[in-house]
Write a protein that binds this ligand. Structure first.
Ligand code: RB5
Length: 145
């Protein structure tokens, strides 16, 4: 898959580790920054990553900030985005199975790199279950109209 990835200054180090992992897993990564520890504003990163996903330039996105919250709230403002904050493997699995999450968000100040890598691996390897969940995801889309 093609994965769009981005972070603010609070997620820079974890983004580097996750980029390596995603590449090792055989995916193509497009990195939307940030590229330094200089303070920046997470909506400025969430927006291009979210649009890469909604425009089909990326299959899915991964966004990282200090908590994973601000960058996820921002991404969810873009029509068609279902960004899920996951700090455990169960949520990562079910955000794909039941919610068809197209962006994963995490907080570098919340979890360590080991758990984050497990979460990303599960999230990338899990497909949407469809069925009754498709109806619910369609209702989420209807809320955007
Ligand atoms: C930046 O200091 C921090 O607020 C940001 O990374 C994130 O945690 C916001 O939700």
């Amino acid at each position: 898959m093609k994965i769009a990835i981005g972070c603010d200054h609070g997620g820079l180090h974890l983004k580097q580790e996750i980029t390596e992992l995603v590449t090792t897993l055989g995916h193509e990564v497009e990195d939307f920054g940030t590229h330094s520890t200089e303070s920046c504003d997470y909506p400025d990163i969430a927006e291009p990553v979210a649009h890469a996903v909604t425009e089909g330039k990326a299959d899915r996105g991964i966004l990282i900030c200090g908590t994973g919250i601000g960058i996820g709230i921002s991404a969810n403002k873009i029509k068609g985005i279902r960004a899920a904050l996951c700090h455990d493997s169960f949520s990562a699995k079910y955000s794909r199975l039941h919610n068809d999450a197209n962006i994963l968000t995490m907080g570098e100040r919340v979890i360590g790199p080991g758990l984050a890598k497990d979460i990303v691996t599960i999230w990338l390897n899990t497909e949407f279950e469809g069925g009754r969940h498709a109806r619910r995801v369609e209702k989420i889309s209807a809320l955007e109209k």
